[in-house]
Ligand binder design. Structure first.
Ligand SMILES: *Cc1c(COP(=O)(O)O)cnc(C)c1O
Length: 404
């Protein structure tokens, strides 16, 4: 049992306190760290209690596809950090997006989605949702006029990521929320890149927050998971989908993410500081054509990002000379960075989006989203900054050999 004074104090607590303490109601064992409930089902005192639980007249656990106490701690803590009423955890970030689609869309509905989204998100809308009669229009993340022009009487959902993956564009969330609500449309924001440590989109007017917990919430590249955050009414719909369709989060993964949340802000600040240093260094190099990072004064939405976010995040992308050949030479010459598509890890990762994460996106869509052959994404980890710069020096030396 959590002492009552602690529960009261948490109602007023700041971000760092919530990140460490929110959601855990100590059991009679008095455990100090969050307990892991590795159980698929829950037992009842008698048949009448079982009937009451199943009938919904008595609250409580039934089966871990519906609710699990460890998952619940993670959900309550993430909801507190986002400033939302409730969170529903899912088995992956994509499962979170699918759960939102199944909860709020039906055949005949229309979605407006940013062109600059995670490659698989694009496929989910463009291929799978289309199969069920939901049409999606893809628009520029930063051009409000395109969102407005795409509206139809059947539009139900706006979907975006900010900053976007991999070109780091920044959306004006408040302006898009205003447009969405004028037309009775839900605004979903994938907050994977910033996390609530750097940006709280619900406070800017968004209705639904999507997370891939796989990324910074875990922060150490260990497990897959996701979450949706929003008001209690909307989350009841999402819970209905998760408990029926089954993309539930495992208790073990929830426990890992809880440990990740405790250090989230410290990590996000460290990732952001190193990414800014690396972006500034890269921008000054002759083999670099362009650096995409909202922390740079050269970024077109730098002022908006500075208003909307507490820092600029850990992901940057860079266009090197020599197209695909140049990008691959850079990637292959690095010795510390890991060549992998994951991000939000303590270990820096380097990716060629055009042939990996966005490989299934059509060439036209890639061109519109700014994913050129020379583009490299770097998700900056927590290694020594000078070691990462030395790795980029090796990469750029290889580019220089191709096109001196
Ligand atoms: C990785 C990612 C997802 C998908 O998350 P999974 O946990 O891999 O399913 C969604 N959105 C963004 C921005 C991502 O980076």
């Amino acid at each position: 049992m959590i002492p009552e004074f602690e529960e009261d104090a948490l109602a007023e607590a700041g971000f760092d306190t919530l990140a460490v303490r929110a959601g855990h109601h100590r059991t009679n064992e008095g455990e100090h760290s969050e307990p892991m409930f590795l159980t698929s089902s829950f037992a009842y005192r008698n048949a009448a209690q079982a009937a009451a639980r199943f009938g919904g007249t008595e609250p409580g656990n039934i089966y871990s596809r519906f609710t699990n106490p460890t998952v619940r701690i993670f959900e309550d803590r993430l909801a507190a950090l986002e400033g939302g009423e409730r969170c529903i955890a899912t088995s992956s970030g994509m499962a979170a997006i699918l759960a939102v689609c199944l909860a709020f869309l039906k055949a005949g509905d229309h979605v407006v989605c940013s062109r600059s989204v995670f490659g698989t998100t694009n496929v989910l809308f463009d291929k799978y949702m289309k199969k069920f009669g939901v049409d999606t229009t893809f628009v520029s993340l930063t051009d409000l006029g395109e969102w407005e022009a795409a509206l139809r009487p059947t539009t139900r959902l706006f979907f975006l990521e900010t900053p976007s993956n991999p070109v780091c564009e920044v959306a004006d969330v408040a302006a898009l929320a205003e447009l969405a609500h004028r037309h009775d449309i839900l605004l979903a924001v994938d907050n994977c890149f910033c996390t609530p440590a750097l940006q709280q989109p619900l406070k800017l007017g968004a209705d639904l927050i999507i997370h891939s917990a796989t990324k910074y919430l875990d922060g150490q590249g260990r497990a897959l998971g996701g979450a949706v955050v929003g008001n209690a009414k909307l989350m009841e719909e999402v819970l209905g989908v998760v408990r029926t369709c089954g993309p539930s989060l495992s208790a073990f993964n929830a426990w890992l993410f809880l440990k990740g949340l405790e250090t989230l802000r410290l990590r996000m600040e460290a990732h952001s500081a190193s990414a800014l240093a690396l972006a500034r260094w890269l921008e000054a190099q002759p083999q670099v054509e362009k650096v995409n990072y909202a922390g740079l004064e050269s970024h077109p939405q730098h002022a908006l990002a500075a208003r909307q976010q507490r820092a600029f995040g850990g992901v940057l992308s860079v266009v090197v000379k020599g197209g695909r050949e140049g990008a691959w030479a850079f990637i292959d010459a690095t010795r510390i960075m890991s060549i992998t598509a994951n991000l939000g890890d303590t270990k820096t990762t380097i990716t060629h989006p055009a042939t990996t994460t966005h490989g299934r996106v059509s060439p036209e869509a890639k061109a519109l989203a700014g994913i050129s052959e020379g583009l490299i994404r770097i998700a900056v980890g927590l290694e020594e900054r000078d070691d990462l710069i030395a790795d980029c020096e090796r990469g750029l030396a290889a580019v220089a050999l191709l096109s001196p």
